[in-house]
Write a protein that binds this ligand. Structure first.
Ligand code: CAA
Length: 258
């Protein structure tokens, strides 16, 4: 496995685990860490032994946002000409399921990174927020868009306009996270979830993710059309034959991922 400066990368079963590792700055997402995160995620996406990917900051903190020290002196043309934020597109191109395992602060770019993932699991100490308004800016990695889709306009508007945080209980209630567990269990729960997903037929998992994501991008009519065509196409796989036969024969399926 490649050497990284700002993250740790390991495989647990069939799940790739990426741990942000800049504890002194609450895992502030510096440019180097963004590049490493995108590189590691892409490498796991291409690794046939991996079926799901977990991104975490460990037991104490997820990430306190973009690194403010790297942004403080930038001019408009610095931001615009470099457009570093476009690097994050690599994360949204990943085909395997991405799970964010969040403890502590997920603020600004940290909250946005969690929302780039497909599932967010939170520890009951987790805190989510888009505090950019306090810095004289607004979210820049998708916060104004994905938060609205996750919790609705009114709640997203209040968070983005005031910079106030919500705790894990509220985030669960609002539908931002899928589940809340004890802080020390978040990573292991995410890995267990990743391994469960990785134990399914790979083409079904990839298509399921793509179909669910279509709900964000398309009209209902188009989305239903995409879903139905994907459903039909899965009948070209060996795993569909195996999955249905195994059910009727009351045994566990043995996937070939073909
Ligand atoms: N960038 C750079 N450094 C950061 C940072 C960030 N986003 N967040 C925390 N740090 C640093 C602090 O400067 C401090 O460094 P020093 O020890 O060298 O002074 C260290 O981490 C510890 O932070 P605090 O002393 O502030 O710790 P605290 O416990 O009092 O507060 C906190 C923790 C609530 C997370 C607070 O640090 C905080 O509010 N951080 C900033 C959160 C923020 O505004 N995020 C949005 C960033 S902008 C963005 O993300 C734009 C975008 O959409 C892309």
């Amino acid at each position: 496995i490649k050497e990284y400066e700002f993250i740790k990368v390991e495989t647990k079963g069939k799940t790739g685990v990426i741990t942000m590792d800049r504890a002194k700055t609450y895992n502030a997402l510096c440019n180097g860490m963004i590049v490493e995160l995108c590189t590691a995620v892409t490498a796991f996406d291409e690794d046939p032994a991996v079926g799901a990917i977990v991104i975490t900051g460990g037991d104490k903190v997820f990430a306190a946002g973009a690194d403010i020290t790297e942004m403080v002196g930038l001019s408009f043309s610095d931001c615009y000409n470099q457009d570093k934020f476009k690097d994050w597109a690599a994360l949204t191109r990943v085909r395997k399921p991405l799970i964010a395992a969040v403890n502590g602060y997920a603020l600004g770019g940290g909250c946005e990174l969690a929302m780039m993932c497909d599932i967010i699991l939170a520890g009951d100490d987790a805190k989510f927020g888009q505090p950019e308004i306090n810095l004289g800016v607004i979210p820049g990695w998708g916060g104004t868009q994905r938060l609205v889709r996750a919790v609705g306009k009114s709640k997203a508007m209040e968070m983005v306009l005031t910079g106030s945080m919500i705790d894990a209980k509220r985030a669960n209630w609002d539908g931002l996270v899928s589940r809340v567990v004890e802080p020390e269990k978040v990573v292991e729960t995410a890995v267990a979830l990743g391994n469960k997903i990785a134990s399914m037929s790979r083409p079904s998992v990839l298509m399921a993710k793509e179909a669910v994501n279509s709900a964000y991008e398309l009209t209902l009519t188009e989305g239903l059309h995409v879903e139905r065509r994907m459903f039909h196409s899965l009948f070209a796989t060996e795993d569909q034959k195996e999955g249905m036969a195994a059910f009727l024969e009351k045994r566990k399926p043995e996937w070939t991922h073909k």
